[in-house]
Ligand binder design. Sequence first.
Ligand SMILES: [Mg+2]
Length: 344
Amino acid sequence: MDGESKLVERVARAFRLRTGASHTSALRLGIGDDAAILSSGGKKDWVLSCDAFLEGVHFLTDRHPADSVGFKSLVRAASDLAAMGATPRFFLLTLAIPVRRTGTWLGEFLRGMARAARSMKMTLAGGDTTKSNAVSISITVVGEIAGGRAVTRAGARPGDLIYVSGTLGRAQLGLDLLVHGNVSGKNRRGVSAKDRAIEGLLCPHLYPSTKLELGAWLARHRVASAMMDISDGLSTDLTRLCTASGVGAQIQSAAIPVVVLPAALSKCRGRLKFHPLQMALHGGEDYELLFTVSPRNAKKLHAAPGFKHLTQIGKVTRGKDIVLINSKAGKSRLKPQGWDPFGS
Ligand SMILES: [Mg+2]
């Protein structure tokens, strides 16, 4: 188990004795999945999650444009709603900020967050503000879904097919270029073809998008048996999904849709070592969806939004092992090596 999952377990244990009271019956799903599910017994369920985005841990104010910090902090919170198949509706923003950031920086930050809110049709419902030594953003998101339709991490069964959306490792490449390459996330108003190409490579890291439409479709049509978003890297998140479902997995490394670096950009790589498969396996913040589908339901996927960007990467197996199959290197165990704030 990765360090963050252990810490979550400890938090859950501290409160476990208190659950089971009558007022908790509205809590359909509690701690441990991408989001919690509340039901009042009506036709819809409410889906809730919160997410922290901290200066010095998740972003650097000298590298990341303020509007990217605002945009991304809301998108990454909403991604946990996409992971359940829910449609985002409201959010609460807690903002702790140094006084020196309350001028231009805050203006840009809010502009970026408002753009993300518009694109996902989310309404700010409240929050809190206070002073701090570093920028600290905490966002609670609320989504809705038809009663009983939310997809958890726990439904994968042996024989199910494992899918991912999009291309993996793009956000890690953008981060590596920003931190180690000869590029900047700021003042990127470049006009040359190379500038535009670099901007395109940084975009998945600075301004990610969620797979809300796909998640909602998979839930509505009951096509996915288990689902989560890939926020900490495929190796870590697939391990979490398998643990929740009590299953193992076999992944074909050649099938994984890995990020590609255009040859013309070799000059901005700096000292960056570029391993597409490693970035795809362990790179975080792609916010793509990882989901499982029974063989019987696989045909229905053709009607899914963005079907041509979906890739089957392997199969759910009995047991607990997660095995990576490489045509040259053979079989190896895939260990969780994604983003882990409490990892060694
Ligand atoms: Mg998640």
